[in-house]
Design a protein around this ligand. Structure first.
Ligand code: ATP
Length: 304
């Protein structure tokens, strides 16, 4: 019998390898198409988001079941609150965000939104409820207007412009000779990192989801752009349940709860002030980043 299954195993491996390659090539959340093995359970009802409480209950997960990445992660984000996830590279921060979007199913544990298990509801309703501002947005080779409008089918020009204003990119767009009809992407106008992020924010504002995932860019933007984007993001997060995957601690200071993830486990949790007072890993990270910023401040100011 084992012999009989070997070719199937091989086929599975080839398939997984191809899929892996595809995922690696795509920017983290660009792969909106559902991985083939994630299927709706028969007659899956739609998710109904009320207040928007998110719970992770003892979530265990590995991309390869032989190599567990998250070793039993639990947290609750009360409706409308913000959870920030920090920790070293490879700790599993982005994986948590991917699981909430149900790119993968877990080995064990449960994720619920307003008490509904995300594995039991229709995927389209789950994804309609969650907005993502990714670290590195890949634009469609189309107009800048289309790239924003993608957030919601059938949006009017007035709604698109309102979203662009909310993301502080409307003035930039109308200053372009072709305005909202300017082609962007690889074959069009190249946008800067900050501009692309604003397009992502405008798209998300248009979608107006009750749940938000903000995956902070690893590469720092210049400090003025950074500050104005932070202000827009804070405003967007104010009334929504939000997860921030953070690389810079300065962006998590105001979060309702911060979890420090280390090698797939929550090492510390609390508010910024509480964690500093604990004098543990977070306090060390904070001291290190503050020192780095100080030494980087001089040349940055000279440039400005
Ligand atoms: P960073 O701060 O660098 O973005 P992170 O904390 O977000 O890191 P994850 O991207 O969640 O880390 O990755 C956690 C672990 O899972 C890493 O060891 C990584 O190699 C592994 N991993 C991530 N994506 C995949 C994937 N698609 N297939 C297999 N392993 C993966």
């Amino acid at each position: 019998l084992a012999q009989l299954f070997r070719p199937l195993d091989l086929l599975g491996m080839v398939y997984r390898t191809i899929r892996q390659g595809a995922i690696d090539m795509e920017a983290m959340f660009r792969l909106i198409d559902t991985p083939a093995e994630i299927e709706d359970s028969p007659g899956a009802p739609d998710l109904h988001v009320g207040a928007g409480e998110i719970r992770f209950e003892d979530v265990r997960f590995g991309y390869d079941p032989e190599r567990e990445i998250l070793h039993g992660v639990s947290f609750t984000i009360p409706a409308g609150r913000t959870l920030a996830i920090v920790g070293p590279t490879g700790a599993g921060k982005s994986t948590i965000a991917r699981l909430l979007f149900r790119f993968y199913d877990m080995q064990s544990g449960r994720i619920t939104i307003d008490g509904q298990d995300i594995a039991q509801v229709s995927q389209h309703s789950l994804r309609a409820a969650i907005g993502i501002v990714p670290q590195d947005m890949v634009l469609f080779n189309d107009t800048i207007g289309y790239n924003i409008a993608y957030g919601r089918e059938g949006a009017s020009q007035a709604e698109i412009e309102a979203a662009a204003r909310g993301a502080s990119i409307h003035d930039f767009i109308v200053s372009l000779p072709q305005g909202y009809d300017t082609r962007v992407g690889e074959r069009g106008l190249k946008l800067s990192g900050g501009e692309k992020q604003r397009v992502a924010i405008a798209r998300t504002l248009l979608k107006d989801p009750p749940v938000l995932i903000l995956d902070e860019a690893t590469s720092a933007l210049d400090s003025r752009t950074e500050a104005s984007i932070q202000a827009v993001l804070r405003e967007m997060a104010r009334r929504r349940t939000t997860i921030i995957v953070a690389h810079r601690l300065s962006t998590v200071v105001d979060a309702d709860e911060i979890i420090v993830l280390e090698a797939g486990r929550i090492a510390e949790r609390g508010s910024h002030a509480g964690l500093l007072a604990q004098g543990g890993v977070y306090a060390q990270m904070w001291a290190r980043q503050a020192a780095e910023q100080e030494s980087a401040a001089l040349p940055a100011e000279a440039e400005a």
